[in-house]
Design a binder for this molecule. Structure first.
Ligand code: 5GP
Length: 306
């Protein structure tokens, strides 16, 4: 009962009010960083989700939104209503759906604001063994302006693969942690075996600084990105023929026969999904396909290009 609660001694009250002032200052500093473009709103939201009781987590959603350049009070109110977030909510106290809606809103905003510049998020998907990795590798070597996302995976490195360049090779526990803390833009279990995911922060940072980003991911991941970021351009890499796809898969020789059969089954299903994509590129020759993908990174989405 409230009347039985002891009054804190004066010295505690002084310390508490000092702490409150310090916390307010820290929150003001975060808002100033967003306003100055030093931190992206998405990065601040990620920090809030990771540490709900930290400075970012204690930031009210209303204050957070108005600190974003070009969002005033009227627009902020409209956004709060649209995202179904009550004005008293702090970022760290948002429910999962509210967080997802806010993140999607911010991500779409980043991408559409970038839509008028040359920076685009491009998703390269396609059936297994079509040569997505080779095309992405060619782009990495020959088009240094293109930022290639490095995925996290729970599978072991193959010979020649380099940590931090081919993938971030992580344990199951580490992958669990990344999923739980919202660090991944998308993730999927691929070929019923290992988990693969796209780290969110580097993608957002690259787009925010005006660099196009290429994600080479599987079909499930591509669908998740499309759902979260409608502005992303979806590119499907096709083999010249089905026989050629089979030849490429067997020829790689890195998988067991059982694994090959499983991947061919997956490839059949994956090929059927090509109509879901904005653009299709045939991988006859890696350098030509790479060039086409890079060209698509700078084109506007237009029906005539489908
Ligand atoms: P591999 O094990 O041969 O390197 O890759 C297997 C599959 O995982 C490929 O189809 C590749 O596109 C996909 N993949 C790689 N990184 C990601 C990722 O971050 N997310 C998703 N969803 N798929 C990925």
């Amino acid at each position: 009962m409230a009347e039985n609660r002891p009054t804190p001694p004066d010295v505690d009250r002084v310390a508490a009010s000092r702490a409150a002032v310090a916390a307010r200052r820290a929150r003001a500093a975060v808002k100033a960083e967003i306003a100055a473009g030093k931190r992206t709103p998405l990065a601040v939201l990620s920090a809030a989700i990771e540490h709900p009781d930290g400075v970012e987590g204690r930031l009210r959603a209303t204050e957070f939104l108005v600190s974003i350049p070009a969002i005033g009070v009227t627009k902020m109110r409209r956004i709060m209503t649209q995202l179904e977030i009550s004005p008293s909510k702090r970022l760290g106290g948002l429910g999962k759906h509210q967080r997802d809606r806010l993140r999607e809103f911010l991500a779409n905003r980043t991408v559409s604001r970038r839509g008028s510049t040359d920076a685009h998020l491009v998703v390269l998907a396609g059936p297994t063994a079509v040569g997505k990795g080779a095309v992405a590798g060619y782009i990495r070597e020959n088009y240094p302006d293109v930022h290639l996302s490095v995925s996290a995976t729970t599978r072991a490195p193959r010979p020649g693969e380099v940590e931090g360049k081919s993938y971030f090779f992580v344990s199951d526990a580490e992958f669990d942690r990344m999923v739980a803390s919202g660090e991944l833009l998308e993730w999927a279990v691929v070929h019923n075996a290992f988990r693969y995911g796209t780290p969110r922060e580097p993608v957002e940072q690259a787009l925010a600084s005006g660099h196009s980003v290429l994600l080479e991911i599987d079909l499930q991941g591509a669908r998740s990105v499309r759902a979260a970021m409608s502005e992303a351009r979806m590119v499907f890499l096709l083999p010249p023929s089905w026989d050629e796809l089979v030849r490429r898969l067997i020829g790689r020789g890195t998988e067991s026969p059982a694994e090959q059969a499983r991947r061919l089954e997956t490839a059949k299903l994956e090929l059927a999904a090509q109509d879901e994509f904005d653009f299709r590129v045939v991988n006859q020759e890696v350098n030509v396909a790479a060039r086409e993908v890079v060209d698509l990174m700078n084109l506007r989405k237009a029906p005539s290009l489908l």
